[in-house]
Design a binder for this molecule. Structure first.
Ligand code: OGA
Ligand code: MN
Length: 294
């Protein structure tokens, strides 16, 4: 069956209908999803229960998975899911919500700051696919900001100013913003910054977007305070209501977003309630900044 994609109200995101996630994705439907992603940058697929194997099979039919890496403070011995998944839940290995002061939780809730996944890696992520297994009684939305519209809405002078700028991204910088400094030497080394251009051009549509994230903690050749304040202004601009789609989760939803074209953030929810969210991630094509050493 062919899928249909329609825009969600006045928001930029699209909703996919007519997909059965328990069946392999046909190549026509895979093409339609890619075309939908190029156009809408965020696609939702409502209320489709699926196993981790089905989520992985669906992800692989859209491209190559991002190499597994430890981007959280969970030990590998704590993992509830295969290492090819990002466990975005608030649950420990026994499926219990982590304690309020658990440092793994305090690090993880940094995703309540606007960000783009893996912008702190040399080759940042293409799509993220997030599936809801259980959701809290209130809160816990995920919001998405359209960075193409945000770019388009800049005045000419700012467009010129951002062109060619390169930022340094690290989870150390985003966690500093929420007052989390409690990292070991090993963690600091693991979270060493990566460089990203501030403006990206989409390889298919040719549209430009601002490539921002709370992980961005500096601009090359700029004083740090000036860079941080400039980046803060840009994020404030880019996340005005008219650029934002808020996803209210239902159990079984899958949301796919293009990290090259949107930022996202999680919203808070009651600390003692389980929220089980599982992410698979597609690898990006390459670095956004040419490697001078190469
Ligand atoms: C993610 C993420 C937000 C959420 O999966 O990368 O930031 O609402 N998730 O859980
Ligand atoms: Mn994220």
């Amino acid at each position: 069956m062919a899928i249909e994609i329609r825009q969600i109200g006045p928001c930029f995101a699209g909703e996919v209908e007519g997909l059965d996630m328990t069946k392999p994705l046909s190549s026509d439907n895979a093409d339609a999803i890619h075309a939908g992603m190029d156009e809408y940058a965020v696609l939702t697929i409502r209320e489709q229960p699926m196993t981790p194997e089905q989520q992985m099979a669906f992800t692989l039919s859209l491209g190559e998975i991002e190499p597994a890496s430890r981007a959280s403070l969970r030990d590998e011995s704590d993992y509830r899911l295969p290492s090819t998944f990002q466990d975005v839940s608030n649950l420990d290995k026994d499926n219990k919500p982590m304690e309020r002061y658990d440092r793994r939780r305090l690090f993880a809730i940094g995703n309540r700051l606007w960000h783009s996944d893996s912008s702190f890696k040399k080759i940042p992520a293409k799509y993220s696919l997030l599936h809801a297994i259980s959701i809290p009684s209130k809160g816990g939305d995920t919001e998405f900001a359209d960075m193409r519209a945000a770019y388009d809405a800049l005045d000419e002078e700012t467009k010129q100013e951002v062109e060619g700028l390169v930022c340094e991204h690290s989870q150390i910088f985003s966690r500093q913003q929420c007052g989390f400094f409690d990292l070991t030497e090993e963690e600091r080394e693991r979270f060493a910054p990566a460089r990203q251009t501030l403006v990206r051009t989409h390889p298919v549509t040719g549209r430009k977007s601002l490539y921002l994230a709370s992980h961005a903690g500096g601009i090359i050749d700029w004083p740090v305070p000036e860079a941080r304040l400039f980046l803060r202004d840009l994020i404030e601009h880019a996340t005005q209501r008219q650029f934002v789609y808020a996803h209210k989760w239902r159990v079984g939803d899958l949301v796919i977003w293009d990290n090259r074209q949107v930022m996202h953030r999680a919203r808070s929810f009651p600390v003692d309630e389980p929220r089980d969210m599982r992410r698979t991630t597609l690898a990006g094509d390459g670095p956004t900044v040419a490697d001078k050493a190469a």
